[in-house]
Design a protein around this ligand. Structure first.
Ligand code: DX5
Ligand code: ZN
Length: 228
């Protein structure tokens, strides 16, 4: 197993008025990548950030920005996010778009960014199978998308295990991300189920010491939950 393990703080949970300060703390604590949640009020009920904010952060940070597109018709905003410096783009398998998902994933790869797919909690893990040859990561949603601060759904471990088993047949180096309700308490079991990247919003930014909390996650990533 040589898949890189990372803690990926979700900026949705950061204090917008202290974003730069909180990002610096998380980076000092060992954050490996930023999770940037994009919501359109259609695919999910909430609204969040767009390409303009991504471009601003890209100028400010050296860490890669991982853009999670919770939007319908993602094909319309792939190019703006690539231009805004997104290092990777995560597309939901459930979205409606006139352009096929596989085509969009190829375009992301051709532009030099990392393509990934995401699965909602009620989507069977097998729905990712057809995209595995085209992506480097699969993001498993452990909560219904749209809001931070929810509790991880208990069947998420099984879902991670199922995606890992699918990936091991065709793409052993494929990374699995888990998104929603991740805490330092459940992180070891998530890693043991086969996840590589822990996306954590409130567990990082609501912590009394953001830097120390990232360090705790980084230690769990080094020591806990041998994945296969
Ligand atoms: C939810 C987002 C998540 C969210 C995670 O729709 O995709 O990335 O910010 O936040 P926590 O870790 O608080 O569940
Ligand atoms: Zn997300």
């Amino acid at each position: 197993m040589n898949r890189q393990r990372l803690i990926e703080p979700s900026l949705l949970a950061a204090d917008p008025g202290r974003l730069a300060e909180q990002m610096a703390l998380a980076e000092r604590g060992g954050a490996g990548m930023w999770h940037f949640d994009v919501m359109d009020g259609h695919f999910v009920p909430n609204l969040s950030f767009g390409p303009h904010i991504c471009a601003g952060l890209h100028r400010y940070t050296k860490l890669p920005i991982d853009v999670h597109l919770m939007v319908d018709n993602p094909s319309r905003i792939i190019d703006p996010f690539l231009a805004a410096g997104a290092a990777s783009l995560v597309l939901h398998v459930e979205v409606h778009d006139k352009e096929p998902l596989s085509q969009m994933l190829r375009e992301i790869r051709a532009a030099g960014a990392v393509p990934a797919v995401a699965l909602n909690p009620r989507t069977p893990p097998e729905a990712a199978a057809q995209y595995l040859p085209l992506v480097d990561r699969v993001l498993v949603m452990a909560v219904e998308p749209g809001y931070g601060g929810q509790e991880l759904l208990p069947d998420s471990y099984e879902r991670v295990r199922a995606v890992r088993a699918l990936a091991n047949r065709v793409r052993p180096n494929l990374q699995i991300q888990i998104d929603g309700g991740v805490t330092k308490q459940n992180a070891p079991s998530i890693l043991e189920a086969g996840a590589d990247i822990l996306i954590a919003g409130s567990a990082v930014f609501d912590a009394p010491d953001i830097e120390a909390r990232c360090r705790e996650f980084a230690e769990i990533l080094c020591s806990g939950g041998a994945s296969s």
